[in-house]
Design a protein around this ligand. Structure first.
Ligand SMILES: N[C@@H](CCC(=O)N[C@@H](CS)C(=O)NCC(=O)O)C(=O)O
Length: 216
């Protein structure tokens, strides 16, 4: 059976992305959770990956690290994780890559904290610019699908890449266009997003310091 090494469900946005892809793959896997920013993490992560970060996927003799590499590996194993139509697949990869390599201000100023609601932060110009860019990506993808609940009609890796942003926009009350707002609401109702959220709430008891100040 495959093993996915993840961080705290409440904070680890990269872990969430890989976990959603595995969950949507329908294949069985177990999770090993290492609490970020602890000696437990530092001592154990090296036994899985020299890169020193989560997520890490172990499949027999093979170790795959980095959320995008894990997503691509799973897409080769299980059909349907990327959109079926070639042009949709190209766009899904483009927006996923943009998310994977960008949006540093959102990461820093709006750290993922799934459990949190009703947070407010001042919008700097750069933060507003990044939010507007994501709103535009979502609206353009959704309007091509007649406003369906997923970016490319059926759920795809692109939805996994933006899932932590869905949690962030929900926590920080970010104002969005009608289409993007509906996307946040629909993704928040997704059964696997709810499963992750529930588990993140159950983890709360084991965390001494809720505000660990991680920019993930
Ligand atoms: N580019 C990596 C980023 C992974 C990453 O930054 N993971 C964070 C947790 S969300 C981590 O392991 N931080 C621990 C550390 O840097 O010590 C990916 O896509 O998986």
């Amino acid at each position: 059976m495959m093993t996915l090494v993840i961080g705290n469900r409440n904070y680890s946005s990269w872990s969430l992305r890989a976990w959603l892809v595995l969950r949507h793959s329908g294949l069985e896997f177990e999770t090993v959770r290492l609490a970020l920013d602890t000696s437990e993490f530092r001592e154990n992560i090296a036994t899985f990956s020299d890169a020193g970060k989560v997520p890490v996927l172990v499949d027999g003799d093979l170790t795959v690290w980095d959320s995008m590499a894990i997503a691509e590996y799973m897409a080769e194993r299980v059909p349907g994780l990327w959109p079926v139509k070639s042009s949709d697949r190209a766009l899904a990869r483009a927006v996923s890559a943009e998310m994977h390599s960008g949006f540093a201000t959102i990461r820093q100023i709006l750290p993922m904290n799934c459990r949190a609601i009703g947070r407010n932060v001042p919008l700097s110009n750069e933060l507003a610019r990044e939010i507007t860019r994501i709103d535009r990506i979502w609206s353009e993808c959704l309007s091509r699908q007649s406003g369906a609940g997923c970016l490319f009609g059926e759920w795809s890796i692109a939805d996994a890449m933006f899932a932590p942003v869905v949690f962030r926009f929900n926590s920080y009350n970010i104002q969005l266009s009608e289409l993007s707002h509906r996307y946040v609401q629909q993704q928040m109702e997704d059964k696997y997003m709810q499963e992750w959220l529930k588990a993140s709430k159950e983890e709360a008891e084991t965390i001494e310091n809720e505000e660990v100040g991680l920019s993930l």
